[in-house]
Structures are given as C-alpha cells and as structure tokens.
Design a protein around this ligand. Structure first.
Ligand code: ASP
Length: 336
C-alpha cells in the first residue's frame, strides 16, 4: 500500500506482557513484538511507525489528560500521515472513541481505535486480526472519522459500547449500523456518507469538567443524591429505565432537578437499554423530567453523552448552550 500511517500505543491488553500481578503494559514490549510479525511488513500493508505513549496505561486509568495527549500526537503528525491507528484497552475504549470524535474537529483522515481481549504475545489472540484490519482501514483512507474496529466490524466511535468482558466480539453499536463489515474483504457501508469538510483540522483541548452519572434502580432514594448536586457539578447523566422513565412519583426527583436547574447543572437523560431512544413525556414517569427542562439524549450512548459534556463545556459554552447542543448531533452520535 502506498500510504503511511501512525500507530499510537496507549496501553491496554493488546500490547501487555505478563507480570506478577497479572497482565500489565510494559515499556518497549509492543515494539519488540511487532518486529516479529512478518505480515506487518507485507507490501499489502501501509508503511507505519509506532508512537508509544509514556506512561502506558490500563485504559481504566484514562482521563481527559490522556485524551488530550492522543489528540496532540495526532495534531502534530496530521500532515505527515494518511491515517492513524490507536491501540487502546477495551475497558474505556468507547469513551475515548467518543471523546476523540468530538475533540478532533474537521477530521478528514481515518482514526481507527482498536485493541484486544487477549494480548498479542499469547499464541491464541484476537489482537493480530484487529491490528492488521485496523491498519488496512487506516491505510485505505475511506473513513474520515473516529471509528472503532473490533472482531471484524467497524463502528462509528461515538456509537460503540463494550458489551462483553470475555467474548472476542466485545463491542456493539446497537443504535447505528457498522461503517464496514470485514469478511473475506473489507466491505464499507456506502449508505453512510463520510463527511467532507474544508475547514482546517484542529483539536479542542478537553478540561477536567466535574460531571457525574447516576443509574436509577427500583427503590432509588433520590434524596440521597441531593448532596452531590452542588454548584460545582456541571453536568449529570441520568441513566433511566426504557424510554426515559424514573421510579417513584415526580415529587421524589423534583428537588434534585430543581437544584440542578438553580445551579446551572445540565441534566442529561440516557437509557439503560442498549437499543432504542429516550422519548421524554411518552409516559407519565418521564414527564417530570421533561417539564423540568432535562436534556433528552435520544439514542446516544452514555459514553458519548459523558464525552460530549466534557467537550461542550471545554468549548466554553454556557449551560443553556450546552443543553441545546446536547440534543443535536454534532458528530453523528444521535439519530432523532
Ligand atoms: N483492562 C484492560 C484495559 O482496558 C482491558 C483490555 O484492554 O481489554 O486496558
């Protein structure tokens, strides 16, 4: 292939080695491993270089700082490479993919994020296929967005979610079709147009915005959460039942909603269901949220909602502006 890609290794199982306490990332280990994989040097592959982050992380430890670091590496190398592959742990891969889908503004090159459930050094592993396929997709250049490649499917990054801790098919995109399916060949979904944009590529730095997630459950005592609804809390994602329903009478949650409103905290309503959309006001049990001005996340994943809150507040928008933009698709994360 006549193109050149940059592989950014952030940590995660794919490049981990065995330590006394279990699998852990180790400096330089992946570099050595890749030298021993002949397929990576085949002429069917794009030329590539490896950038190893320091420190390498289990993705459970990823924060906005690491999202910014990945963004900076892409920004500094944007002109030199035709595409990027990010090797990442699976645990928070969907959060990173979502965050980058917002922060890499006007992206016109492939940014493919992948990893594996079994490390590359193990004889039986899923890392090699995921790596080779991601590299080919990044080299082919047909995707101009942040996408997540795993187990022979390519998903829009901000639509993906980790669905299994053990299956090799560890991700799904319940509310959006795959951008490509990988069988005997890579078949792109032509029904999904790739954005064409003339604006210059730029990376929006993300800030450590104080936000939270509350998952509702039968018998939840909303009053216990009143304490955390302080002025410093900028946004809260409420993972509700079904199409946006909450347990108990509206009176139970109203003090929280009112406090959020007074403090300028943006309250975003997501669903605990993997599939389908939030529709506030369909049931009596969600109308209180609607009346109180909560934001409807429609079919957005919790990962995307969290990342979008980080992004919009980092852009310096007011709470009202954030509310408005949360309900609009800015990077293909919502279907209304
Ligand atoms: N704990 C690992 C991580 O997310 C799991 C994995 O990579 O599959 O970094």
């Amino acid at each position: 292939m006549d193109t050149k890609i940059l592989i950014i290794y952030t940590g995660g199982t794919i490049g981990m080695s065995r330590s006394e306490k279990g699998y852990a990332p180790k400096k330089g280990f992946l570099t050595e491993l890749l030298k021993r994989i002949p397929a990576l040097y085949d002429e069917a592959m794009p030329a590539w270089e490896l950038y190893e982050m320091d420190p390498l992380l289990d993705s459970s430890n990823m924060t906005v700082l690491e999202w910014n670091l990945i963004g900076s590496v892409i920004e500094e190398n944007y002109e030199e490479y035709d595409g990027f592959v990010i090797l990442h742990g699976t645990d928070t891969m969907a959060y990173t993919a979502s965050a980058l889908s917002f922060s890499l503004e006007n992206l016109q090159k492939p940014v493919i994020i992948t990893g594996s459930q079994i490390p590359l050094f193990e004889v039986r592993n899923d890392g090699l296929d995921n790596l080779l396929t991601s590299m080919m997709i990044a080299g082919e250049g047909r995707i101009r967005e942040v996408a997540l490649c795993f187990a022979n499917e390519l998903y829009r990054g901000n639509r993906a979610t980790k669905t299994s801790a053990t299956d090799l098919h560890a991700f799904g995109s319940p509310n959006y079709p795959p951008l490509a399916k990988i069988g005997t060949s890579i078949v792109y979904n032509d029904m999904i147009p790739q954005r064409v944009c003339d604006e210059p590529f730029r990376v929006q730095k993300l800030e450590k915005i104080p936000i939270g997630i509350i998952k509702v459950f039968p018998g939840i005592q909303f009053e216990l959460f009143e304490e955390i609804m302080s002025e410093s809390l900028k946004g809260i994602v409420l993972e509700t039942f079904g199409a946006g329903n909450i347990p108990g009478s509206a009176d139970a949650i109203l003090p929280i909603v009112r406090k959020a409103h007074e403090n300028g905290t943006v309250l975003v309503i997501c669903s605990q269901c993997l599939k389908g959309s939030v529709s506030l006001g369909t049931y009596e049990t969600s109308s209180a949220l609607k009346d109180a001005g909560a934001v409807c996340a429609y079919d957005m994943t919790t990962e995307a909602a969290v990342a979008k809150l980080y992004y919009l507040f980092s852009c310096g928008l007011s709470a009202d502006e954030v509310k408005e933009k949360m309900e609009d698709s800015i990077s293909g994360e919502i279907t209304k």
